[in-house]
Design a protein around this ligand. Sequence first.
Ligand SMILES: NC(=O)c1ccc[n+]([C@@H]2O[C@H](COP(=O)([O-])OP(=O)(O)OC[C@H]3O[C@@H](n4cnc5c(N)ncnc54)[C@H](OP(=O)(O)O)[C@@H]3O)[C@@H](O)[C@H]2O)c1
Length: 295
Amino acid sequence: MKVLVTGVKGQLGHDCVNELTKRNHEIIGVDIEEMDITDAASVDKVLRDAAPDAVIHCAAWTAVDAAEDEENREKVRLVNAVGTENIARVCRELNCKMMYISTDYVFDGQGTEPWQPDCKDYKPLNVYGATKLDGELAVSRNLDKYYIVRIAWVFGKNGKNFIKTMLNLGKNHDTIRVVNDQIGTPTYTYDLARLLVDMVETEKYGYYHATNEGGYISWYDFTKEIFRQAAELGHKEYTEDRVHVIPVTTEEYGVSKAVRPVNSRLDKSKLTENGFELLPTWQDALHRYLLELEF
Ligand SMILES: NC(=O)c1ccc[n+]([C@@H]2O[C@H](COP(=O)([O-])OP(=O)(O)OC[C@H]3O[C@@H](n4cnc5c(N)ncnc54)[C@H](OP(=O)(O)O)[C@@H]3O)[C@@H](O)[C@H]2O)c1
C-alpha cells in the first residue's frame, strides 16, 4: 500500500513512518517544508503527484496554550481546520482513505464517565479543541472512507511532551506541584503507530479512541511513576527524598491560558470489538520510553 504521512517531523508522524517502513509499505513522508497543509494548491499538487492509497494526517498546531493568544488564533484555525479540509477534499477526488488524528478536547471534559468514540456531544473548551473538532467535521463531511482516531496525553521520542518536561523540572527543583484532578491515560506514539497502521490496512472506517492500557490516572500519578522508574534506572536525582511531588487541584495550580478538561477518559472497547489489538500498558510504555530517551 502507498501511504502519505503528514507531520513526519512531529512525535506521531515520525513513528508512523517507522512502522510503515517495517511493514514494507511505500511511504511518502511530508512536513511543512514539502507540503504546507494551509496551502490548498500545495496540498493538491503533492497528493496528486503521490497518488497514495491512504493518508495518515498527523500534522497539527499542538501548542494548546499558545493557541489561545489572539495573534495565533487564525493560524491555528488555518492549520487544524482549513489544512485538514484541504487534505480531505483531495482524498475525496483521489478516492483515497484518510486517517485523522484527533483529541478528547472535542468534548467538554466534565464528569467521570469515559467518552465513547461515537458520542456527538461536542463542546470544546479551548481554541485547540474547537479547531480540531472543525478538522473532524471537515473529514466526515467530505469523505466516506475515513478513520477519526482520538488520542490523549501523547508522548514520543521526536518532540516536546509531559515526560520530558517533568524530567527537566525534576532535575532542577526539589519540589514540584502537579495537578491530580485531571484524569486520563497516556499514549506512546511508538505503540499507537502500530495500531494506526493495523487500522489503515483494513476497511474498518469510523471513529475510534486509542491510548495505552493500564488504567485512568492523574498527571500527579503519572509524574510519580516517571520519577520512580527514572530512579530505578539509576537516575538518583529523581528519588523521593530528592524531589517531592505535591498533588494540587487545577484551581490550586493556577491559571493556564487554555481551559483543560478534567475528564480525558477515553473508552477503547470499540477497538476490541473490531478485532484490533490494544496497546500495552502505559507503565510498560513508559519503561521502554525511558530506556530510549537520553536524559
Ligand atoms: N500531543 C498531544 O498531547 C496530543 C493529544 C491529542 C491529540 N494529538 C494530535 O495528535 C497528532 C500528532 O501530534 P504530535 O504530538 O505528534 O504533534 P507534533 O509533535 O506537534 O507534530 C506536528 C507536526 O505538524 C507540523 N505542522 C504544523 N503546521 C503545519 C503546516 N501548516 N503544514 C504541515 N505541517 C505542519 C509541525 O511542524 P512545526 O513543529 O514546524 O510546527 C510538526 O512537525 C496531532 O493531530 C495532534 O493534534 C496530540
